[in-house]
Design a protein around this ligand. Structure first.
Ligand code: 5AD
Length: 347
C-alpha cells in the first residue's frame, strides 16, 4: 500500500485497479500517510493558504427532478424563493466588506435567470468589484448562454458531473437528463475559457468502489480547475430518504488522492463534509483541500436551500462568522487568503 501511495505521489497517476486497491484497503494509517503527502503537494503550490468563496444561493426553484436532491422539482415541501438582482448585489456588497474576493452564484435551474438577467448581474458585480472573481453554478445551459455569460465577465463555472459512470448517472436522474449532455456542458465551459469545476458525491446510492476508482481516472484525464466532492446525505423528501449517508473518511481519502493526481486543483472542503462531522471542514483541509465556501445568502432564505437534511448554514458556515472560521483554520496551521484564489496552471 505504501508503495502504491508513493507511486501516486510521484507519477500523479495510477491504473484503475490500483486506485481501487487504495479505496478498498487503505487503513487509517495509510489514509494519514496519503493526507501527509497530499498536504505537502498542496503546500508546494499554494502554501498554507485556504481560499474563501462567498456562496450566494440565488434560487431554489429548479426544473429538474434529480432523485437525491432536496430542491428537486417534485418536492412539494420545499418553500421556493429566488433572489432579485438587488438582493444579489447586496450580498456582494456585504461579502466584499467581509473580505470575500470571489462570489459564487449558485442555484437550481430556474428559467427566471435568463442570459439577459444574468449578464446584467454579472456586469454590475464586475463594475462594482473589478478585483473580484465571479463563479457561476447554475446547472446546464446552452453553449451560447455559457459564451454570453463568459463575455459578461464570469470567470469560473461549477458543474458537478455527479458520477463518471454513465449507467450510474441514469440511476440518480430522471430520463430527461443525460450524462452525455453533462459532459458536453463541461467541455463547452472549458472551450469558452472558464476555470471549470466538476465533482461528485461520495457514497451516493448504487455507487461502488469501482465507480469511485473511475472518478479518479476521470479527474486524471479531465484535469478540472476545481473539484467539488462531498458525502451524499439523504433528504427526507427524496427517493433516497432511506439511503445511508456517504462517509467522511472516504471523502477525506479521496480528497487526498485527488490532490496527488492533480496537485494544483482547487479543492473545497464542502458544506456536506462539515454537516456530517463537526470538524469535517478541518479534516478536509488536512486531507488536501484548500477552499471553503461560506454562505453569503440572506439569512431569511438560508434554511430554504436544503439540498440534504440538516445542511449547515450558520456557525463557521456563515460568511458573517468569518472570524470564527479563521480561528478554526488557524487551529490547523493554515491561514485564510485575501486573494481571489485563481487556479495555478501546472507547468
Ligand atoms: N447530498 C449531498 N450532496 C447533494 N447535492 C445535491 N443533493 C445532495 C445530497 N442529498 C450536491 C450535488 C449538486 C450540488 C449542488 O449539491 O452534487 O451538484
Amino acid at each position: 500500500m505504501r508503495k502504491l501511495i508513493d507511486k501516486l505521489a510521484f507519477a500523479h497517476s495510477l491504473e484503475i485497479g490500483e486506485y481501487l486497491e487504495i479505496i478498498k484497503n487503505a487503513t487509517a494509517a495509510d489514509a494519514a500517510y496519503l493526507a501527509e503527502k497530499a498536504c505537502a503537494e498542496k503546500e508546494k503550490h499554494y502554501g498554507k493558504e485556504v481560499f474563501i468563496r462567498g456562496l450566494i444561493e440565488v434560487s431554489n426553484i429548479c426544473k429538474n427532478d434529480c432523485y437525491y436532491c432536496g430542491i428537486r422539482k417534485s418536492n412539494q415541501n420545499c418553500e421556493r424563493y429566488r433572489l432579485s438582482e438587488d438582493d444579489i448585489l447586496e450580498c456582494c456588497r456585504e461579502g466584499y466588506e467581509l473580505g470575500f474576493r470571489t462570489f459564487v452564484m449558485q442555484g437550481g435551474e430556474d428559467a427566471y435567470f435568463t442570459d439577459e438577467r444574468l449578464v446584467s448581474i454579472i456586469t454590475k458585480i464586475k463594475q462594482n468589484y473589478p478585483d473580484c472573481a465571479v463563479t457561476l453554478s447554475l446547472g446546464e445551459r446552452s453553449a451560447e448562454s455559457y459564451k454570453q455569460l463568459k463575455a459578461a465577465g464570469a470567470d469560473r463555472y461549477l458543474l458537478r458531473h455527479e458520477t463518471a459512470t454513465k449507467e450510474h448517472y441514469t440511476k440518480l436522474h430522471p430520463e430527461n437528463l443525460s450524462w452525455e449532455k453533462r459532459m458536453e456542458c463541461l467541455r463547452n465551459l472549458r472551450a469558452f475559457g472558464y476555470q471549470v469545476g466538476c465533482g461528485f458525491m461520495v457514497g451516493s446510492p448504487y455507487q461502488t468502489g469501482e465507480m469511485l476508482a473511475r472518478e479518479l481516472k476521470f479527474i486524471e484525464e479531465f484535469k478540472p480547475d476545481m473539484c467539488g466532492i462531498g458525502p451524499f446525505i439523504p433528504h427526507k423528501d427524496t427517493c433516497f430518504r432511506d439511503s445511508a449517508a456517504g462517509s467522511v473518511d472516504m471523502t477525506c481519502l479521496l480528497l487526498s488522492m485527488i490532490r496527488l493526481i492533480h496537485p494544483t486543483v482547487l479543492l473545497p472542503a464542502t458544506t456536506a463534509l462539515g454537516t456530517l462531522s463537526e470538524n469535517g471542514r478541518e479534516r478536509g483541509i488536512m486531507s488536501g483541500a484548500n477552499v471553503v465556501m461560506p454562505n453569503l445568502s440572506p439569512a431569511s432564505v438560508r434554511k430554504k436551500y436544503m439540498l440534504y437534511d440538516n445542511k449547515l448554514s450558520d456557525g463557521a458556515e456563515s460568511a458573517q462568522s468569518l472570524e470564527a472560521l479563521k480561528k478554526r483554520i488557524a487551529s490547523i496551521g493554515c491561514t485564510v487568503s485575501i486573494n481571489r484564489g485563481d487556479v495555478k496552471k501546472s507547468t
